[in-house]
Design a protein around this ligand. Structure first.
Ligand SMILES: Nc1ncnc2c1ncn2[C@@H]1O[C@H](COP(=O)(O)OP(=O)(O)OP(=O)(O)O)[C@@H](O)[C@H]1O
Length: 254
């Protein structure tokens, strides 16, 4: 997106002005920002549910529209259909988009369930799964449509620390195999550093991006190795300072 401007017309709240953001194909970009900085608005713009008043938002040069097939979403809440089993939940998007025969759709769904380690649970209903497993199903469901851009809005925020770490590792393993572009929104500095190639800090509206930090930690990453790397500690320090600056400017405004 380039030179994008957006304001909520109801209350004339300007959220973005001259906002630009570009991701390289296959890049993992994390966005960090305090509550109210416009992260959800940005995702709604990126997915075409909100229209900017100026500027263009494109994926591979094509303007975005809602339900763009090249976009995948994973939200904090997995939003599975409780009456469909795990396999049918993953198959759902393929069915709606009439992609392949029912047998082919089941094979694709099973492939992605295998990728997230849940092929044994294919016949289970969602309520029999743990929170982490449900989030894995949501990830498999998004991946099954083979999106070019995966939008992830605090997908692991509701999970305990150990499950979250395990899902971060799984996400990296899957991403390194499939190579989608990922835009990952989080409040967690460590999670952003661990996952991303680049971390953007979003300031309070309508400031836009206040810092952009390249994460030059080697890949593949592992939790203990990455966190013990002195560079990780430096990056955490740097990003904490940037977030503190955003918060200070907030206090000046309020
Ligand atoms: N529908 C709306 N109409 C008017 N203002 C809105 C609307 N939705 C959000 N806002 C305002 O836009 C600003 C950004 O909101 P947004 O939800 O995008 O922030 P966020 O960074 O996702 O916050 P959080 O981390 O708390 O979810 C906030 O000041 C909010 O009050």
């Amino acid at each position: 997106m380039d030179g994008m401007a957006f304001a909520y017309l109801e209350n004339r709240r300007r959220i973005f002005e001259h906002f630009s953001l570009e991701a390289r194909p296959g890049e993992f970009v994390a966005i960090l920002g305090p509550s109210g900085c416009g992260k959800s608005t940005l995702l709604n713009l990126l997915s075409g549910f909100l229209r900017p008043q100026a500027g263009h938002i494109t994926i591979d040069g094509v303007p975005v529209v809602p339900e763009h097939p090249t976009l995948g979403y994973v939200f904090q809440s997995p939003n599975l259909f409780p009456w469909l089993n795990v396999l049918e939940n993953v198959r759902f998007g393929l069915r709606m988009n009439r992609l392949g025969s029912p047998q082919e759709q089941r094979a694709v769904a099973l492939h992605f369930l295998r990728l997230v380690g849940l092929e044994q649970q294919a016949e289970e209903l969602p309520h029999r799964l743990s929170g982490g497993q449900r989030q894995r199903v949501a990830l498999a469901r998004s991946l099954a449509l083979e999106p070019r851009l995966l939008l992830m809005d605090e997908p692991f925020a509701a999970l305990d620390a150990m499950t979250r770490a395990a899902l971060n590792d799984e996400l990296l393993r899957i991403w390194s195999g499939l190579g989608q572009t990922v835009l990952f929104i989080t409040h967690d500095i460590d999670e952003a550093i661990y996952l991303a190639d680049r971390v953007l800090v979003l300031g309070l509206p309508p400031t836009g991006i206040t810092a952009e930090v390249a994460i030059d930690l080697p890949r593949p990453r592992d939790q203990r190795g990455a966190r013990a790397n002195p560079l990780f500690v430096q990056l955490r320090e740097r990003l904490s300072e940037e977030i503190a600056k955003v918060m200070t400017s907030n206090r000046r405004i309020t």
